[in-house]
Design a protein around this ligand. Structure first.
Ligand code: C2O
Ligand code: CU
Ligand code: CU
Length: 472
């Protein structure tokens, strides 16, 4: 059995071969080392089965063995597959039932991240799925087109469960998204990218963060996309849309292309931006999503790397090997977003992120599942002010609905153009602060809470989380 360092040496040989083409064409070359440079896996697009007007998605949450390194079977957790899960395609207005069958041999919970739904269907620690049982999240899809995701929210174990492979995408379409002239051929020019980093030991996933890793974030040295290490995508020479999820536990990714080409961000976490925003670098903290469109029509026969600049890694090679079989032209106007006027806010709610080695707090309190921290009246426009009082980075995620950023470090000017959309996660670097505006529009329930938390999963599990109820 190889040690971690040997695995890495081999996988970087493989990556070099992808770039230089030394192993012979395309995404399935086999360099002499025996490590395959894989084609980018595309998660299965799961269309629901209609039973009496309800769209059912049957998901089997299971133990599996995945082929990260050829010749080694890596123990994983997965959904209907050997690592990660299928992409659930939903239409706004659908009544859906996501049926999670728990075959893990231990309790888990499954949360719809970014979904606007009743708290009893949210899939937090208040809706546990004991081993051997099935739990269904049943609700009406009630939000704009976007890319969301599902993942465990198991008390104290979210980080480990996600790390072992439990996560998948949810694509929501609406009447607007279907009329826009955007790349929408799933797996051809509309490509999901679940970006992660992992540590391996003897070819096995190594989830063993120490105190320092918990503080600074548990970042791995192997970078993977959709469950493959530095894979290759064979692409058409045309506009390509990437639906990108930072699916890491605690890593900030700064993304861009090796030739410095620009691209346009078209969507934030919960909706399209009003118009595309041109950029050359995209910053995503854990759980944030971005949809981008990159025009590769001038790149036939070129190989372009999707790079990560914070850690100096390559996520993926794009091999522009085929001519376009369909054309799209990115529209200048994508959608209209509803904005609340800050002067109509009823109150400002402060949230201070603080902590020391091993213990993380919001407003001086570590997560307690039996405590409700905030009571938010239905229909009130509120400003939430989040201050990061620590020397390490955090982000902040709320369940229930999206928000819109109105200030960073006290100024509206600091909110960049690509953040002026519907968000459910906001990055807050060390010692910085943000303000966002939010309104709870539906699903009052005085008993069952939603959560807010840092989405660096080690911080969340160490207590940087709180609960709120929405009341009438
Ligand atoms: Cu992505 Cu509370 O979760
Ligand atoms: Cu969430
Ligand atoms: Cu944090």
């Amino acid at each position: 059995m190889m040690k971690r360092r040997e695995f890495l040496a081999l996988s970087s040989v493989a990556a070099l071969c992808i770039v230089t083409g030394c192993g012979g064409g395309g995404g399935s070359s086999t360099p002499a080392s025996g490590i395959k440079s894989k084609a980018l896996p595309i998660p299965e697009l799961l269309n629901p089965t209609d039973k009496e007007g309800i769209k059912h998605y049957d998901l089997n949450v299971q133990k599996a063995k995945h082929d990260f390194f050829s010749g080694t079977q890596t123990d994983t957790f997965a959904i209907n597959s050997t690592y990660l899960g299928p992409t659930l395609l939903m239409q706004n207005g659908d009544i859906v039932s996501i049926n999670y069958k728990n075959n893990l041999g231990e309790a888990v919970t499954m949360h719809g991240h970014g979904m606007h739904l009743p708290p009893s269907m949210d899939g937090t620690a208040h809706q546990p799925i004991p081993a051997g049982t099935t739990w269904s999240a049943r609700y009406t899809v009630n939000q704009k087109a976007c890319t969301n995701w599902y993942h465990p929210h198991t008390m104290d174990k979210t980080a480990e469960h996600v790390y072992k492979g439990l996560a998948g995408l949810i694509i929501i379409e609406d009447s607007e998204s279907k009329t826009l002239d955007l790349p929408n051929r799933y797996g051809i020019d509309d490509i999901p990218l679940i970006l992660q980093d992992r540590n391996f030991n003897n070819g096995q996933i190594d989830y063993d963060p120490g105190m320092r890793d918990i503080m600074h974030g548990y970042t791995g040295d192997v970078f993977i996309v959709n469950g493959a290490i530095e894979p290759t995508l064979d692409a058409e020479a045309k506009e390509i849309r990437f639906r990108i999820l930072n699916g890491s536990n605690s890593s900030i990714y700064e993304l861009g292309f090796s030739d410095g080409r620009s691209f346009k961000q078209i969507a934030t976490d919960n909706a399209f931006l009003e118009s595309p925003v041109e950029m050359t670098r995209l910053l995503l903290s854990p759980a944030e999503r971005a949809e981008i469109v990159v025009d590769l029509s001038n790149a036939l026969n070129q190989r372009i790397l999707l790079k990560e600049f914070r850690h100096g890694k390559d996520f993926m090679t794009i091999n522009v090997s085929q001519s376009a079989t369909a054309e799209t032209t990115l529209p200048q106007h994508l959608t209209a977003l509803e904005k609340y006027d800050p002067s109509t806010a009823v109150r400002t709610r402060p949230f201070v992120l603080s902590g020391m080695m091993g213990s993380f707090e919001i407003n001086g309190k570590s997560m307690d599942i039996n405590r409700i921290d905030e009571v938010v009246p239905l229909g009130d426009v509120e400003i939430w002010e989040i201050s990061n009082d620590m020397m390490v980075d955090h982000n902040f995620h709320i369940h229930a609905t999206h928000f819109m950023l109105i200030e960073r470090n006290g100024s509206r000017e600091n909110v960049s153009a690509n953040e002026r959309g519907y968000k459910d996660v906001v990055y807050i670097p060390a010692n910085e602060s943000v303000k966002f505006i939010v309104k709870m529009t539906d699903y009052a329930d005085a008993k069952v809470p939603y959560m807010y938390h840092c989405h660096f999963l080690e911080h969340e599990d160490a207590g940087m989380m709180g609960q709120f109820v929405v009341t009438v």
